[in-house]
Design a protein around this ligand. Structure first.
Ligand SMILES: NC(=O)c1ccc[n+]([C@@H]2O[C@H](COP(=O)([O-])OP(=O)(O)OC[C@H]3O[C@@H](n4cnc5c(N)ncnc54)[C@H](OP(=O)(O)O)[C@@H]3O)[C@@H](O)[C@H]2O)c1
Length: 260
């Protein structure tokens, strides 16, 4: 891991907080979320001599929130973008308030697209100029591999995150930018309470720290990371097929793009 400055969205709790804590001290941090007190406490704990740790309170469900994060990230010239913030909601589509569905899409889908699209050109140019590498991580989920009734919109948003990261990784082949889709399985965070789930969906869960460690270690080494050890075994054939198809489709599409 040689990134100089990382933006972590959703750093107030769970996987995002664990990523901030696991980041090497040489990496400066921009931590965002809506809970300013938690962000300030984390920044206090992580700021060491000479390390720059900045926080920004921003609601990624709003255009202003996303614009604020982008402006600060550009000012800090980040070279590692971690699209981690996300939320789910337990319940049927018919009964979930539309505002909740739209907030989920805004945070889980719109924010990664807007942050990635806006920050990518600068990150790529700086990485080329300094002969270093930039990184983009998108936190998807194992729910991206099958529909999940009663978490329908959430699962669909995580399918988007996975496909977006895989397509982006193929487009950036040859560029100094690492792209990783992280697909955690059940992880012990505030996610399930916030999603109003009546109980945990799986009997075993990894810690947020274990997921964060695996995710950071996988940067630059692979395109898709499944952290859940049991799902990993069942998904391996599908992941291999997926990788082969992805590179075949990328070859065809790259030829079309070059002929433009
Ligand atoms: N836990 C799991 O089992 C699991 C499994 C697969 C994937 N994931 C994914 O992992 C990522 C992190 O989730 P987690 O498990 O660590 O849950 P978490 O503890 O609930 O953390 C979610 C983070 O997202 C932030 N966030 C939520 N809504 C936001 C908004 N409108 N604007 C800005 N930030 C917002 C929260 O910060 P504030 O509340 O301060 O805004 C918080 O820092 C999510 O993308 C989730 O889909 C989790």
């Amino acid at each position: 891991m040689h990134y100089r400055c990382a933006l972590i969205t959703g750093a107030t709790s769970g996987i995002g907080k664990a990523m901030a804590e696991a980041m090497p001290v040489e990496t400066d941090l921009l931590l965002t979320g809506r809970d300013g007190e938690r962000l300030a406490a984390l920044a206090d704990a992580l700021a060491t001599d000479g390390r720059r740790v900045e926080i920004l309170v921003a609601d990624l469900a709003t255009a202003e929130g996303r614009a604020g994060v982008i402006a600060r990230a550009e000012a800090m010239e980040i070279d590692f973008l971690i699209n981690n913030a996300g939320l789910g909601r337990f319940g049927s589509v018919a009964e979930t308030p539309l505002a909740t569905e739209l907030a989920m899409v805004a945070v889980n889908v719109t924010a990664p697209v807007e942050l990635t699209r806006t920050l990518l050109p600068g990150m790529t140019t700086r990485a080329r100029q300094s002969k270093s590498r930039a990184g983009i991580m998108i936190v998807s989920s194992v729910v991206a591999f099958q529909a999940v009734p009663y978490m329908t919109t959430y699962a669909a948003s995580k399918v988007f995150d996975l496909f977006y990261a895989e397509g982006l990784a193929a487009e950036l082949k040859g560029e100094p930018v690492d792209v990783l889709a992280v697909c955690p399985g059940g992880t012990r965070t505030e996610f399930f309470d916030r999603a109003a789930m009546p109980d945990r969906p799986v009997p075993y869960m990894l810690s947020a720290e274990a997921v964060a460690r695996q995710a950071l270690a996988a940067m630059g080494k692979r395109t898709v990371l499944v952290t859940d050890p049991i799902r990993k075994v069942t998904l391996v054939p599908g992941l291999i097929r997926r990788r082969i198809l992805r590179s075949l489709v990328a070859r065809v599409m790259r030829r079309l793009a070059r002929g433009k």
